[in-house]
Design a protein around this ligand. Structure first.
Ligand code: KIV
Length: 267
């Protein structure tokens, strides 16, 4: 496959051509390189870093400094993919000025090419200001993990008519505000399809069924590295956690037995 840099224009064209978009998360340089070399289209430096890498219960405690740090590591590992940096909780909700300053940091210091933030119609004025300042914005609607304490659980959203209408309106508001794409998390597949038909921007689903313009998963989930919880929408493409466990146990045993290092591995 040609190594042509992915941009917001490429992603728009992919939707128009009904070409599906692949997206995964990364938090460090090594994984960024691995995903990029495997031709994933979008690499998201997600605030899921809080649960996956920091061992926190939720994403709520992730800070702006941490997101800038991880985004910079990832950006340096990418040649082809489009890099999106996640705006952590309270980095964009307090004021539009805050949002501008913090999104600017993800681009200037983290070298992201876009930012992602959670919410629909409520955050549309913020999205419009960021876009006007030249900062591409990806929305995130449906289950928005930063609002976990308000939702009370990670159950699927959009299961009643009122909430379904609200989520479709959220997608339209984000499109009107100038978002270049929107992530839709954990909603019924028919709602994922309806949202995808309702907007011209790419809709990237996570637990939103097969009809979205693209799919995103947390890399550590799909590789079997993170097992603390496993939503139904995660397909495991590898069991790297088990592989690492058995490799490390073999090494520790070899050290105990005195069979490592061998003469060949010594000087
Ligand atoms: O933080 C994250 O990894 C995300 C994806 C799950 C969409 O927001």
């Amino acid at each position: 496959m040609a190594r042509i840099k992915i941009t917001t224009a490429t992603l728009r064209e992919m939707k128009a051509r009904h070409e599906r978009i692949s997206a995964l998360t990364a938090y460090d340089h090594l994984f960024a390189q691995l995903l990029d070399q495997a031709s994933v289209d979008i690499v998201l430096v997600g605030d899921s870093v809080g649960t996956v890498m920091q061992g926190r219960e939720t994403t709520v405690t992730v800070t702006m400094d941490q997101m800038v740090y991880h985004t910079e590591l990832v950006s340096r590992g990418i040649e082809r993919a489009f890099v999106v940096g996640d705006m952590p909780f309270l980095s964009y909700q307090v004021s539009i000025e805050d949002a501008m300053r913090n999104a600017g940091r993800l681009l200037k210091e983290g070298r992201a090419e876009a930012v992602k933030l959670e919410g629909g119609a409520v955050v549309a004025p913020t999205v419009a200001r960021l876009v006007a300042a030249g900062i591409p914005v990806m929305g995130h609607i449906g289950l928005t993990p930063q609002s976990i304490h308000q939702f009370g659980s990670y159950k699927a959203r959009g299961q009643d008519e009122g909430e379904r209408r609200q989520i479709v309106d959220d997608a339209r508001s984000l499109e009107q505000a100038g978002a270049f794409a929107v992530v839709v998390e954990k909603v019924p597949a028919e709602l994922g399809a309806e949202i995808t038909r309702s907007v011209q921007i790419p809709v990237i689903g996570i637990g939103a069924g097969p009809h979205c313009d693209g799919q995103i998963l947390v890399t550590h989930d799909m590789l079997g590295l993170f097992s603390r919880f496993r939503p139904r929408f995660v397909r495991r493409y590898a069991e790297l956690g088990r592989l690492i466990g058995s490799a490390v146990a073999s090494y520790a045993q070899d050290v105990r037995d005195g069979t490592f290092p061998s003469a060949d591995e010594s000087y």
